[in-house]
Design a protein around this ligand. Structure first.
Ligand code: ADP
Length: 342
């Protein structure tokens, strides 16, 4: 069941200067986010991610198309009703957006007050949230006394205070170092798994998607250029933008130029084997080559694991008789996708 559904959504802004073209920040996007999933939205700066977020939390109305959140068509609602809808959506931000003059406790209490939760319930709820995010001891600290990771934990506790069923994380780890990022992403995973909150993660970092998302939508120039299960998108990225974004995050098979350059630097035939879910693929490749009496050297490669499934590429320089090599490659055609440098 979708909790967020966009149908043919376009958002254009008036040109910034006279005579300039009208920009479609979001261009004819349709997107369904299922209840309970962690959905990543990735793209370079200017791709339209923030605009998409503002459409989902109804800070912007689409120029055309419809945005439905939890079965309510936001495009049809008046402003007052929209404010109510927004309470069902928690938000966390890159710069945390905490009140510097309030303690951790005060920051988390703020949305409870705004939502009219009786004061008698605040203590229990805030203390529950502080336990959940691991900040019991910092309850009376001010934001300036906290590390970046701790600030984002406060942000998460505050966003969860009124029990939203959706959490939008807008570049929520972009200001954090890799280790703190991992901690915060682990906490978001618990928010998803233990509390059943649907999470939309907006990021320009594919590593964040790799660590946390179930599905991903890749945006470029206002459009979704690729979408799918995170494993499938990483194992076989289709769009050029996706391939660029995965560079350095997972090991990609060498491109044609790289294969040719490897062939110039190594003796014999340079052959690349790519496999998915290939627990035994590596072993089968090595055994087949050895049994045929061929010599080989690993010249490029890597194996990655995403959500418990593996994929990888091994590029080998193989020496021996051409006929034996051809026969082994034919034998391995079911095990891996084979590309050879010519
Ligand atoms: P991202 O979050 O992926 O960096 P944005 O949604 O911020 O992308 O921007 C998408 C495009 O829309 C950009 O070209 C940006 O310049 C333009 N844009 C965003 N907001 C406005 C605005 N308020 N007025 C005019 N153009 C805008």
């Amino acid at each position: 069941m979708s909790v967020i559904s966009l149908r043919d959504v376009t958002k254009t802004y008036p040109p910034r200067s006279r005579g300039a073209a009208v920009t479609a920040a979001v261009d004819n996007v349709s997107l369904d986010i299922e209840a309970g999933e962690i959905h990543g939205i990735i793209g370079y700066s200017g791709a339209g991610k923030s605009t998409l977020v503002r459409l989902i939390n109804a800070l912007e109305r689409p120029t055309s198309g419809s945005v439905t959140v939890q079965d309510r068509d936001l495009t049809a609602l008046p402003e007052k009703a929209l404010r109510q809808e927004r309470r069902g959506i928690g938000m966390i931000f890159q710069q945390f957006n905490l009140f510097e003059s309030k303690t951790v406790w005060g920051n988390i209490e703020f949305p409870l007050k705004a939502a009219g939760v009786p004061a008698s319930e605040h203590q229990r709820r805030i203390s529950e949230l502080l336990h959940f995010v691991g900040l019991v001891e910092q309850a009376h600290a001010y934001p300036e006394q906290l590390s970046g990771g701790q600030k984002q934990r406060v942000g998460i506790a505050r966003a969860l205070a009124t029990n939203p069923s959706i959490l939008l994380a807008d570049e929520a780890t972009s200001a954090l170092d890799p280790e703190t990022t991992r901690d915060v992403l682990r906490l978001l995973k618990r928010v998803n798994e233990d509390l059943g909150v649907t999470i939309v993660v907006i990021t320009h970092e594919m590593e964040v998607i790799r660590q946390i998302a179930h599905r991903v939508s890749v945006m470029e120039k206002g459009r979704i250029v690729e979408q799918g299960d995170v494993f499938d998108v990483f194992a076989a990225p289709q769009a050029a933008a996706t391939r660029q974004l995965t560079v350095g995050v997972v090991s990609a098979p060498p491109g044609e130029d790289e294969l040719v350059s490897l062939r110039q630097r190594h003796p014999g035939r340079v052959v690349s084997f790519s496999f998915v879910d290939g627990g035994s693929a590596q072993a089968q490749i090595f055994v087949a080559l050895s049994e045929a009496g061929l010599r080989f050297e690993l010249v490029h490669g890597g194996i990655d694991e995403i959500r418990g499934r593996t994929f990888g590429t091994l590029t080998l320089a193989i020496t021996g008789g051409d006929a034996s090599i051809d026969s082994v490659l034919a034998q391995l055609a079911d095990v891996a996708t084979i590309t050879e440098a010519h």
